[in-house]
Ligand binder design. Structure first.
Ligand code: PHE
Length: 488
């Protein structure tokens, strides 16, 4: 309708000077006219110029008075023409806001006598406010003073009106031709392609954004760490077994069976299969002995070691279980020094909060060589962490059942201006290494840290649940930068 009106009008007129007036003259909605103008302009049937005008529109309150009359007139009409009415009585007859505003405006206009009794002072009043509001509603112009007083009473607000002036365009026709967008098989069969007009290609149109794969921040930081380990000559350990036996996760690490970490409050035990099928029997015997009565210069833990406890399957609680298997395999061969690393998932029965999840990733590195010392460990840690951009490290004595000495690793965080704990480390105990069959003067230094911690610092994520798990906002992954420099 609007389209026919516009194209038809331009057939006999040079210009539509104002789309707003055009719409009201033709009984059309301005919105519809604007949409048609945009579309006809796109196909160059018409040329359109923007018009902007400051105009006034009624507020909700203004609309109400335009329909029902101003409060002062409503109040005036509620007073009997002769005699008077008590103020209480009058108040009951009117809406509270109409009464309040009506009293003050009618008083200002000197229309009424206000006391305990209220009476009219004049015989007749005109609702100028209502008339002005209606004129504004109809798009008519009103005087400056009137505008100011309505504005002061918050009955009108300024609005920018947008419309167009329109002329014929280069492709003008009184009726829009339907252009074909595709050449179909039917067109070819019928032969009507000869008459059809085809829509021109728009080579400037932007295609839909190409979808591509995105890497999760954890994967990127993991790759960064992997590169560091590889540069330092470390080999990656096979970590593709989330399910582990208690034996490899704890017993082989000289972690006693009563240790609280071996409780179901801390560790997820498997229901099915609940136990492991096989363990290296000779080695199990040696591990049992070192727990029960020690050896290699140790007194052991002096308790009754139970095979059933070692057989229990669990979700590995640390990647040190993998390191243990690797060391066991290494010890079976004539000794050669090795550097191993792993980065993979571990599981702990933790209550989930801003910084803890029941599953996370551990980064672990270990070096085995003849005669290593704590100094070597500190040196390797300084090298490793400075490659991550953390060159100020401090160490604090700690305890792990499988390392002695053990050290927590702290790094000075330049942003937070404080020391933050970033990992744990130590030298594996003889009670762990000697039953495996390592020569006595082979030492193993090792350290572990979470992958989530540096990633959160790097990507400015302060709640781990925003980084990993079902609550992650996928756009975080799509938005994150391809690479970063430094890690702290
Ligand atoms: N396994 C330890 C942990 O879970 C980390 C660690 C690895 C500590 C190697 C010392 C040596 O935190």
């Amino acid at each position: 309708m609007a389209e026919d009106a516009i194209l038809g009008y331009l057939a006999t007129h040079e210009e539509i000077p104002d789309s707003g007036q055009f719409a009201s003259q033709h009984g059309l909605q301005h919105n519809d006219v604007v949409n048609v103008i945009k579309s006809l302009h796109g196909f160059r049937y018409i040329d359109a110029q923007d018009i902007k005008r400051e105009s006034w529109v009624l507020t909700d309150e203004g609309k109400k008075y335009a329909a029902e009359g101003s409060p002062e007139v409503q109040l005036f009409l509620a007073i009997p023409p002769e005699g008077s009415i008590s103020k209480d009585e009058l108040q009951k007859k009117l809406d509270p806001s109409v009464f309040k505003i009506g009293c003050s405006q009618a008083g200002k206009n000197k229309w009424v006598d206000m006391g305990k009794q209220v009476s009219r002072k004049v015989q007749h009043v005109e609702d100028k406010v209502k008339d002005l509001l209606i004129r504004i509603q109809d798009g008519q112009a009103i005087g400056k003073d009137d505008i100011n007083s309505l504005k002061a009473r918050k009955l009108i607000v300024a609005q920018t009106w947008k419309g167009y002036s329109v002329r014929k365009g280069p492709n003008y026709a009184p009726k829009r031709k339907k252009v074909a967008t595709d050449l179909t098989r039917e067109n070819l069969q019928r032969g009507d392609w000869k008459e059809l007009e085809f829509k021109e290609y728009n080579f400037n149109a932007k295609g839909p954004p190409a979808e591509a794969g995105h890497l999760h921040p954890l994967l990127k930081v993991k790759q960064q760490l992997k590169n560091i380990f590889l540069q330092m000559g470390f080999e990656e350990m096979p970590t593709n077994n989330f399910v582990e036996s208690s034996f490899w996760n704890f017993d082989a690490l000289f972690q006693p069976q009563q240790h609280p970490a071996r409780d179901s409050h801390d560790t997820f035990f498997m229901e099915a299969p609940s136990t492991t099928r096989e363990l290296p029997e000779d080695y199990v015997e040696l591990v049992k002995r070192v727990h029960e009565s020690g050896g290699y210069g140790s007194r052991g833990y002096m308790y009754d070691w139970k095979r059933e406890e070692a057989n229990k399957n669990l979700l590995r609680t640390h990647t040190t279980a993998v390191s243990t298997r690797m060391l066991y395999a290494l010890a079976k061969q004539p000794f050669t020094p090795k550097r191993y690393f792993s980065i993979d998932r571990v599981f702990r029965n933790e209550s989930v909060d801003r910084t803890h999840l029941a599953e996370f990733h551990q980064i672990e590195g270990l070096v085995c060589d003849w005669g290593l010392t704590l100094g070597d460990l500190i040196g390797v840690l300084n090298d490793f962490f400075s490659r991550l951009g953390m060159s100020k490290l401090r160490f604090k004595p700690a305890y792990n059942p499988y390392t002695e000495p053990s050290m927590e690793i702290f790094s000075y965080h330049e942003g937070l201006k404080k020391w933050v704990e970033i990992g744990n480390s130590g030298m594996f105990r003889p009670e762990m290494l000697l039953p495996m069959g390592f020569p006595e003067d082979v030492r193993v230094i090792a350290w572990g840290l979470s992958l989530e911690r540096p990633t959160m610092i790097l990507y400015g994520v302060d709640n781990i649940r925003d980084l990993f798990g079902h609550k992650v906002d996928l756009s975080l992954i799509k938005r994150n930068p391809i690479c970063r420099l430094g890690i702290n």
